[in-house]
Design a protein around this ligand. Structure first.
Ligand code: NDP
Length: 285
């Protein structure tokens, strides 16, 4: 049976460490980390994600602020809130919950966020820093995957990591982080996507297979080498149930370790955000 890479277990352990660091900070006279989130509209999934992030802040002793704008808010109104947060010294970092309603220009919004406070790590300044290995905020989901691997003491060095999906928020940064010369890097990273021919022939070479596709149960036994470590980033709603991009039931017997959905990477993404906010309390570096 494969080892279960439980996000619940790993997130609890990381949160305990973060909570202790907050206690130490406060004892040393430092500020309490403060995460703010802007939510535009009332998309139920986005509301649930933001609620989870606020709850996490409470658990680890961060301050949190939720700014709720109606779906009818204008881009100028959102930019006004962003400027306020940029200028507010009590806010360590903040996020604008995505997706935004269609009438917003996501790029313009993203560029308005002060990179020093961009704890989602999506600003081009921070993406560039990540690629160059400079101090920065790592995008929360790939960061969460690294924290999951670290918790379960899975080394990536000299392994072949195959990532399926090349989005700017998950697959691409995942391949950069796993391939770079640094902690939890030093893998040989192969980035695949919808134009990759004979995908299963490549994924079958993976010691570590990361699925970030957005297609329910896409990764099947034919994609997986015996003994592979399988990380399922996908979150898909099927008949009111959350399922991953990996066909867990059929892949689990082949894998040596596998992360479940739900209860896997989703919880670790939230830990990635907390880690970035903790860092932001002292400045990005
Ligand atoms: P995107 O839709 O932005 O990207 C999907 C990627 O998958 C694209 O690069 C696409 O290729 C690739 N792809 C699609 N079909 C195939 C195929 N048949 N074969 C190979 N590659 C394929 O998705 P995201 O990266 O934003 O999200 C991926 C999944 O992860 C979703 O289920 C999402 O809900 C989930 N997610 C989970 C998070 C978490 O916290 N656990 C956080 C963020 C996302 P191409 O570029 O060629 O189109």
């Amino acid at each position: 049976m494969a080892q279960l890479l439980s996000g619940k277990v790993a997130a609890a352990a990381w949160k305990e460490k973060i909570r202790n660091q907050v206690i130490e900070r406060l004892a040393a006279g430092k500020t309490r980390p403060h995460l703010a989130a802007i939510l535009v509209g009332d998309d139920p999934a986005s509301r649930a994600y933001v609620r989870g992030k606020v709850k996490d802040c409470e658990e680890v002793g961060f301050e949190s602020t939720l700014i709720n704008l109606p779906a009818t808010a204008t881009e100028d109104e959102l930019l006004h809130e962003i400027r306020q947060l940029n200028a507010n010294p009590s806010v360590s970092g903040y996020i604008v919950q995505l997706p935004l309603p269609k009438h917003f220009d996501d790029k313009r919004i993203l560029l308005a966020i002060d990179p020093e406070k961009d704890v989602d790590g999506f600003h081009p300044d921070n993406v560039g820093r990540m690629a160059l290995g400079l101090p920065t905020y790592l995008p929360a989901t790939p960061y969460g995957v690294l924290l999951l691997l670290e918790h379960f003491q899975i080394s990536t060095e000299s392994k072949h990591a195959v990532i399926v999906g090349r989005s700017h928020i998950v697959g691409s940064p995942m391949s950069i982080l796993l391939g770079r010369n640094g902690k939890l890097g030093n893998a040989t990273a192969t980035l695949t996507h919808s134009k990759t021919p004979n995908l299963h022939e490549i994924t079958r070479q993976a010691d570590i297979l990361v699925a970030a596709i957005g297609k329910p149960l896409f990764i099947r036994p034919k994609h997986v080498k015996h003994g592979a470590i399988v990380i399922d980033v996908g979150i898909n709603r099927v008949d009111d149930k959350l399922v991953g991009d990996v066909d867990f039931e059929r892949v689990e017997p082949i894998a040596s370790a596998i992360s479940p959905v739900p209860g896997g990477v989703g919880l670790m993404t939230r830990v990635g955000l907390l880690m970035n906010t903790l860092r932001a309390a002292d400045g990005r570096g």
